[in-house]
Write a protein that binds this ligand. Structure first.
Ligand SMILES: CC(C)(COP(=O)(O)OP(=O)(O)OC[C@H]1O[C@@H](n2cnc3c(N)ncnc32)[C@H](O)[C@@H]1OP(=O)(O)O)[C@@H](O)C(=O)NCCC(=O)NCCS
Length: 189
């Protein structure tokens, strides 16, 4: 049975059209999504998993999946993108964007992942835009991201939507501190 937390932000639910014409359903995560986060992890290539988690595990541990799926929709929030899976597999989560609190009150850490066969269709762009907008609406002003230094796609996405104030690279990981840039035509694709 699907339970919906009382403070579930329904205003963040919408359908989005990707560049290839397909539609995905975007909605805030729910605690019962934990098993489907594990299934998503199981479908990721090693490279995508490594770019997201900086480690490659055989599977996403159930307790970690439960933590990732359980947010308070204010200081911690995640949006999932879902789509009907192939050959009656049911609805699958194919992308996740999230923010997590940091030690600084108005600063959150963001992270994104899109399943390999859904990449390059514009979904990452939609998740970045929606997560930053949801965070800003909840009073989060500054964003941190940890991105592998060779991850041009993610670094480009951040500079498309944000004004970068700090950037440091240590052992192949680039840490960025940025603020959300007001949306303009080029940033809403
Ligand atoms: C980063 C990620 C979320 C982007 O998702 P996506 O759905 O592929 O993103 P989009 O389709 O919106 O593409 C974003 C832009 O990157 C561009 N791009 C695609 N491949 C690229 C590459 N190899 N190098 C540079 N840019 C690239 C796309 O062309 C697009 O720009 P455009 O809109 O001007 O064409 C996805 O690739 C991913 O899950 N990567 C692994 C996990 C990860 O790196 N997470 C970041 C850690 S926070």
């Amino acid at each position: 049975m699907t339970t919906t937390p009382a403070d579930y932000p329904r205003d963040l639910v919408h359908d989005a059209k990707l560049r290839d014409g397909s539609y995905v359903h975007i909605r805030p995560i729910r605690p019962e999504d934990a098993p489907r986060l594990q299934e998503l992890y199981g479908r990721l290539s090693r490279e995508t998993a490594y770019h997201r988690f900086f480690t490659v595990m055989k599977r996403l541990p159930p307790d970690w999946a439960q933590i990732l799926a359980t947010v308070n929709y204010r200081r911690r929030l995640a949006l999932v993108a879902e789509h009907e899976g192939a050959s009656g597999a049911g609805v699958e989560i194919i992308g996740v964007g999230r923010y997590e609190p940091t030690d600084e009150p108005d600063t959150v850490e963001v992270a994104f992942v899109v399943q390999d066969d859904w990449q390059n269709r514009g979904l990452g762009t939609i998740l970045v835009r929606d997560v930053l907008a949801a965070a800003a609406a909840r009073g989060m002003r500054r964003f941190r991201a940890y991105v592998l230094s060779d991850n041009r796609r993610m670094l480009d996405l951040i500079t498309r939507f944000g004004d970068v104030h700090e950037r440091k690279t240590d052992q192949g990981v680039t840490e960025l501190l940025f603020t959300r840039r007001a949306e303009r035509a080029g940033a809403t694709r």
